[in-house]
Design a protein around this ligand. Structure first.
Ligand code: GLN
Length: 282
């Protein structure tokens, strides 16, 4: 029987992928493997590793093979029903944490695995957090994550704001599908296995961003922020949409890779009091 080390070397996978998959099969940590990698592999575990290694060679994302991915220091269950959480999205979380008012009602649109609202609620237990998704399968994963991590989040099946009536929030965030339908990335790497409805609008990538920006004001309290994740080349377009919709303090923030990643603005409803020259009756 081959040793664990020989098994890893013969897998023709990236070293880190092979290690992570083997540790998952063995339910051991890296320290254990370093101390035991010259021991003979057991038949059943070698077979389980071979199956995962083949799926990985066929392109399946490591996160789906493991069934989980780390986000903001916590482990989230994932399945092919949800987008795999990206480190880029931690920027959206940090901006939201800095802008959510004490005790405020917060909403996440298109929540997927639930990594955003769960993180917000656990980092800020004062917040009342709601999250919506169009996909019941995604919501099942999000609920499972909320329970496993002990987060109090209200989950709703909703097409953006459709299930929310006239409800208003002190902060709204979203990481909507924003990839252009013709972007080659959709046919490369992990993205081939992710739900296409979570990645692209099937159009120019701006359609859902536009819908959210146009419909969010009715659901924002005075002074509330709308924060949206988007593609590296969509900052200017998002700022234009936010400005056209009447948002103030419109800004784009860059992620750790120095790409435009999140744009947002603050909502101040028009005041009811008549403007001075109208009041003067002229
Ligand atoms: N940031 C993701 C990617 O480019 C896309 C996520 C999304 O469309 N919301 O892979």
């Amino acid at each position: 029987m081959a040793s664990w080390r020989e098994l890893l070397q013969s897998s023709s996978l990236a070293r880190i992928d092979a290690q992570v998959l083997l540790l998952h099969v063995l339910q051991k940590n890296r320290a254990w493997l370093i101390a035991h990698d010259d021991e003979p592999a057991s038949e059943a575990e070698a077979q389980a590793f071979a199956t995962l290694a083949q799926r990985r060679r066929d392109g399946e994302p490591v996160a789906y093979l493991l069934g989980s991915r780390e986000f903001y220091g916590r482990e989230f269950a994932v399945s092919p029903a949800v987008l795999i959480p990206r480190p880029d999205t931690e920027l959206l979380v940090e901006l939201a944490l800095a802008r959510a008012p004490q005790g405020g009602a917060v909403l996440d649109l298109g929540t997927g695995s639930g990594c955003i609202p769960i993180t917000l609620q656990l980092e800020r237990p004062d917040l009342t957090v709601s999250a919506v998704d169009l996909s019941p399968d995604a919501l099942a994963i999000a609920r499972q994550n909320g329970q496993a991590l002990g987060a109090q989040v209200r989950w709703l099946e909703s097409n953006w704001f459709s299930a929310l009536g006239a409800e208003q929030f002190a902060l709204i965030v979203s990481n909507p599908p924003y990839i252009h339908a013709e972007d080659d990335h959709l046919h490369q790497g992990d993205l081939r296995f992710e739900p296409s409805g979570a990645l692209t609008d099937g159009y120019d990538g701006l359609r859902h961003l536009h819908t959210i920006i146009a419909t969010a004001p009715a659901h924002l309290r005075a002074g509330a922020w709308l924060l949206l994740e988007h593609g590296w080349d969509q900052g200017a377009a998002c700022r234009e949409l936010l400005q056209a919709a009447g948002f103030a303090e419109v800004h784009t923030w860059r992620d750790l890779g120095d790409n435009d990643r999140v744009s947002g603005g603050r909502w101040w409803p028009a005041t009811d009091s008549p403007s001075p020259h109208l009041a003067s009756g002229g």
